[in-house]
Design a protein. Structure first.
Length: 157
């Protein structure tokens, strides 16, 4: 129990103080504040939000829960199984986006994840889909190659 509390205190402290340390949770959302930095950021079940100017030097990953990038930067890519991904205008993701095949029990979400890349966003690297997704790409977005299961593509203004 003490170790769990200690981990949570570290996670909140790292994000609050702008340290580039790793932030990890099992259940619960993580919010990287505007202008703050972190190393790898991960949660099993929870939403990951990066505010304007936030920077994740490492990887951003979860199993269940959404990703919201509001003009933020991710250095080593995004990985999920069933989370929706929104890469907002002004955001930059290096090393692509990976949506993995669900290899375990499907608890809640059986529909396709939605991956949205708004105009003005950049995703360098491969968009790798091991399962079906709905892919929305803005006209002014820059994305890398798409591999794996062909996504259902939709256009954004």
């Amino acid at each position: 129990m003490f170790r769990y509390v200690g981990t949570l205190v570290f996670a909140f402290s790292a994000v609050a103080l702008g340290a580039a340390g790793d932030v990890s949770k099992v259940n619960g959302s993580i919010d990287v504040a505007a202008g703050q930095q972190a190393g790898d950021v991960s949660t099993v079940n929870g939403k990951l939000t990066l505010r304007r100017g936030a920077r994740v030097e490492g990887r951003l990953e979860n199993v269940n829960g959404d990703f919201v990038l509001e003009g933020a930067t991710v250095g080593r890519g995004i990985e999920t199984v069933s989370g929706d991904v929104l890469v907002g205008a002004g955001s930059r993701v290096e090393n692509g986006i990976q949506v993995e095949k669900n290899r375990g029990w499907s608890w809640n979400k059986s529909d396709r994840p939605r991956v949205t890349i708004e105009s003005g966003a950049v995703v360098n690297g491969t968009l790798q889909f091991e399962r079906e997704v709905d892919l929305y790409v803005g006209a002014g977005a820059v994305i890398g190659p798409i591999e794996g299961v062909a996504p259902q593509r939709h256009s954004l203004p």
